[in-house]
Design a binder for this molecule. Structure first.
Ligand SMILES: *Cc1c(COP(=O)(O)O)cnc(C)c1O
Length: 370
C-alpha cells in the first residue's frame, strides 16, 4: 500500500464551476474574484479580503502594505516554511527568530519581548499545523511596544482561537492564507490577505495590480509601485466551490487525527501533538516526535521504505544554507533545534481512509517492536 503525505480533494462540483468560467467572458479580472473575497471575509469574520496568486505573494503584499522597510526588524518563528521570512528579505527587513514552545511548536510568546528593540516593527506569528498561537498575549505585547501583527495563517484556514475564527484579525492587523493543494482548500496556486483596516485594504488592492486603479473615466492611473499578483477567475471559482466544503474538510481532518491518536496512544516512543483547550486546530499537518533523536531518521526511513509519504515540517529556517550564509545560522532557539531533529509529519488529508491510518500506525508500532 502506497500512501502520499498530502492530497487535494476535488469534487465534480468544483470541476463544473471551473468549466463554467472557462466558457464565460472573464478568465481573469471578472466577477468571481470579488465573490471569493466576500465569501472569505464573511467566513473568517473580517471586513476585507484581497485574493492574490499565492500565499507567498500574500505575505509580500502584507509586509509592503504594513510599510515594512530596510532597517526594520520583525520577530517570527524558525518553525515555518521559508516563504514567511523570504518575503521579509524581499522588503529588506531582518527576520529575528524567536524560539518555539515544545507543546504546540508555535512561537513561544514568553520569549518575544526580550527580542524587541528600537528597530522592531512587527511580529509574524505562524499558526503551525493549524493550531493558533497565543494571540491574546502576542497582541498585548504588540500594543505595549507599538508593533504590528501579521499572522501567517497559511495552515490555519478554518481554525479557531478562543471562539474567534483565524483570519478575523481580532488580535492582528492582517492575516495571510495560502490555497496551495496541501492547505485547507485549494485554487492550485493562490493566497489571500484579510484585514479590518481600510487603509491596508486599499494599499493591497493597488500593490496587487501594478499600483494602478481605474479613475472616473475608466482610465488606468498608476499611483504607487506595484506588481501583478492577481488570482484568475478560474481559480476564484474553484476557491468558492472549495470554501463550501471547508467545514467538512476540517471535520474529516479532525476525525483522521482521532484515528491516529487512538492507534498510537500506547506507543511510548513517540510524542503526539497537543491541542490547547481553547484552540480548535484546522489540523493541516499531523506531526509526531520521536523521544530519541537518533530514532527519527530510522523511523522516517522505515516508513518511506514501507511506502508511506512522510515529510519534515520544518527544518529550522535558520538551518538552510542560504540563511546560514547570510548570518542566521547562530540563533538562540534550543527548543526549535530539539524539535527539528525529532519531528516527522505523517499523511493527513480528507481522502485518507481509516484502513490507511491503521496501516500507518501498525508500521510505526512494528518499527519499535522489531
Ligand atoms: C504554504 C505556506 C506558505 C506559502 O504559500 P504558497 O501559496 O505556497 O506560496 C507560507 N507560509 C506557510 C506557513 C505555509 O505553509
Amino acid at each position: 500500500m502506497k500512501i502520499s503525505y498530502g492530497h487535494q480533494f476535488i469534487a465534480p462540483r468544483d470541476i463544473k464551476e471551473v468549466v463554467k468560467i472557462l466558457r464565460s467572458d472573464w478568465l481573469t479580472q471578472g466577477p468571481q474574484i470579488k465573490k471569493f473575497e466576500n465569501a472569505l471575509a464573511h467566513y473568517c469574520g473580517a471586513k476585507y479580503a484581497v485574493v492574490v496568486s499565492s500565499g507567498t505573494a500574500a505575505l509580500h503584499l502584507a509586509y509592503l502594505a504594513a510599510g515594512l522597510k530596510k532597517g526594520d526588524e520583525v520577530i517570527t518563528t524558525p518553525n515555518t516554511f521559508v516563504a514567511t521570512t523570504n518575503m521579509l528579505l524581499a522588503v529588506e527587513v531582518k527576520p529575528v527568530f524567536c524560539d518555539i514552545r515544545l507543546d504546540t511548536y508555535n512561537i513561544d510568546e514568553t520569549k518575544i519581548e526580550k527580542l524587541i528593540n528600537k528597530k522592531t516593527k512587527a511580529i509574524v506569528p505562524v499558526h503551525f499545523a493549524g493550531q493558533p498561537c497565543e494571540m491574546e498575549m502576542i497582541n498585548q505585547i504588540a500594543q505595549k511596544n507599538k508593533l504590528l501583527i501579521i499572522e501567517d495563517s497559511c495552515h490555519a484556514l478554518g481554525a479557531k482561537y478562543k471562539n474567534s475564527r483565524v483570519g478575523g484579525c481580532k488580535y492582528s492587523d492582517m492575516s495571510v492564507f495560502s490555497f496551495h493543494p496541501v492547505k485547507s482548500i485549494t485554487t492550485g496556486e493562490g493566497g489571500a490577505i484579510l484585514t479590518n483596516n481600510e487603509c491596508y485594504y486599499k494599499k493591497l488592492l493597488l500593490f496587487r495590480s501594478h499600483g494602478t486603479f481605474k479613475d472616473k473615466n475608466g482610465k488606468n492611473v498608476m499611483v504607487q509601485f506595484g506588481y501583478n499578483y492577481r488570482l484568475t477567475d478560474i481559480q476564484a471559482a474553484l476557491g468558492l466551490s472549495q470554501l463550501e466544503k471547508l467545514e467538512n474538510f476540517i471535520k474529516k481532518r479532525c476525525q483522521i487525527v482521532g484515528w491516529y491518536v487512538e492507534g498510537l496512544k500506547d506507543c511510548r516512543d513517540i510524542v503526539l501533538p497537543r491541542e490547547l483547550p481553547h484552540n480548535h486546530s484546522s489540523w493541516n499537518l499531523f506531526v509526531i516526535r520521536t523521544t530519541e533523536e537518533k530514532q527519527r531518521d530510522r523511523l522516517s526511513g522505515y516508513l518511506k521504505k514501507m511506502g508511506i509519504g512522510v515529510n519534515f515540517h520544518y527544518p529550522s529556517v535558520c538551518s538552510h544554507p542560504f540563511y546560514k550564509v547570510h548570518g542566521y545560522g547562530k540563533n538562540n532557539c534550543p527548543m526549535e533545534d530539539e524539535y527539528a531533529l525529532t519531528t516527522i509529519t505523517l499523511p493527513l488529508y480528507p481522502l485518507l481512509s481509516k484502513d490507511e491510518v491503521n496501516h500507518i500506525c501498525r508500521i510505526i508500532k512494528e518499527f519499535y517492536e522489531r
